[in-house]
Design a binder for this molecule. Structure first.
Ligand code: AMP
Ligand code: TRP
Length: 334
């Protein structure tokens, strides 16, 4: 078995990338570039499992690409491309639809959340979406997958599918079992309005999230309005157990300043949350607004962005075709 480490991850082009995407996924993508071969994909085929307006989808693919670059991904080091331009993803997804089990998919909590109360009306694509995700990863025989905590269950399914394929076709170690790389401290950034829900693109209120394109003023307003707690900051972390909004603000501050939450609490114990909010606003503005400005700048250079995707597609296709050839052979497809 090859011991080469290959990283794969994907982000859906559904607009409005936010602080959760940035801290939970993108920052990790960037640091992995230094040590491993990385492939980062704008997963447009995943996005259409829920209806997308065609022109808006096109714009969002370019905006997600711009966000990758603005966050620090380097197209000379990493392969950056969009999923639908490498047809191997759809082909392998079909094959894996035949390996994956209905019982496994029935356990996926994200489908239950996204499909809502009327599951009969959800697209079939939304239901089998985790099989496509497994195909994305296995198409490149990726060994490591940086994601936020919400994707852990999908990653476990990818491992089950890889294992079953290797067993069914009698080819031990053919597909490596992909390892999730989930940020230890900040695997789930929560909504600023409800600390029990994750920060999300689809939440109605824009006050629930910090978008990467937000201006300094917007960041200031959102943090000012964010829920915290009426009591002062406690001196021990246990007292924050039932205060998810306060804990979330402290976690974000801890991640951005690279100080442990214990250290922050010990320095700020007894102070009002408005104190923390002032400091948090400042570090957020310093970190996020340069990324937003770079996104806006790159969005004016559409042909440059398209060219990055085109070059990435060419590189991805070579790996995908080589692996697919072996996959077809294992199955007996001639
Ligand atoms: P998505 O925008 O759903 O395609 O997610 C892209 C990446 O961001 C995935 O790795 C997610 O797990 C991660 N992510 C999305 N929302 C959050 C959040 N609130 N906290 C941490 N990671 C997140
Ligand atoms: N499902 C992931 C999300 O919604 C995106 C994704 C698609 C992905 N394919 C992937 C992530 C492969 C990691 C690896 O966030």
């Amino acid at each position: 078995m090859s011991s080469k480490k290959i990283v794969f991850s994907g982000v859906q082009p559904t607009g409005n990338l936010h602080l959760g995407n940035y801290l939970g996924a993108l920052k990790n993508f960037v640091s992995l570039q230094k040590e491993m071969n990385c492939i980062y994909c704008v997963v447009d085929l995943h996005a259409i499992t829920i209806f997308q307006k065609p022109r808006q989808l096109e714009d969002n693919v370019l905006e997600t690409t711009a966000t990758f670059l603005a966050s620090g991904l380097n197209p000379e080091k990493s392969i950056i491309f969009n999923q639908s331009s490498v047809s191997g993803h759809a082909e392998l997804a079909w094959i894996l639809n035949c390996v994956s089990r209905i019982g496994w998919l029935n356990r996926m909590t994200q489908f239950k959340d996204k499909a809502g109360s009327d599951k009969e009306k959800a697209s079939v694509g939304l239901y089998i979406y985790p099989n496509l995700m497994a195909a994305d990863i296995l198409l490149y025989k990726a060994t490591h997958v940086p994601v936020g905590a919400d994707q852990k269950q999908h990653l476990e399914l990818s491992r089950d599918i890889a294992q079953k394929f290797n067993k069914d076709f009698n080819c031990e170690n053919f597909f490596p079992l992909p390892e999730p790389l989930i940020h230890k401290n900040i695997s789930r950034v929560m909504s600023l309005r409800d600390g029990t829900k994750k920060m999300s693109k689809s939440e109605d209120s824009d006050y629930s999230r910090i978008n990467l394109k937000d201006s300094a003023d917007e960041i200031k307003k959102k943090i000012k309005k964010a829920k915290s707690d009426s009591e002062p900051i406690p001196s021990d972390i246990k007292s924050l157990q039932n205060k998810p909004e306060a804990l979330n603000l402290l976690n974000i501050y801890s991640e951005l300043t690279k100080n442990s939450i214990e250290k922050i609490i010990s320095e700020m114990a007894g102070k009002e949350y408005s104190n923390l909010k002032t400091k948090l606003t400042e570090v957020l503005i310093n970190e996020i607004t340069p990324v937003g400005k770079e996104i806006q700048k790159l969005l004016k250079e559409k042909s440059y962005l398209k060219n990055i995707l085109k070059k990435g597609t060419e590189k991805a296709n070579i790996i995908a075709e080589e692996n697919l050839k072996n996959i077809r052979e294992k199955i007996g497809l001639i």
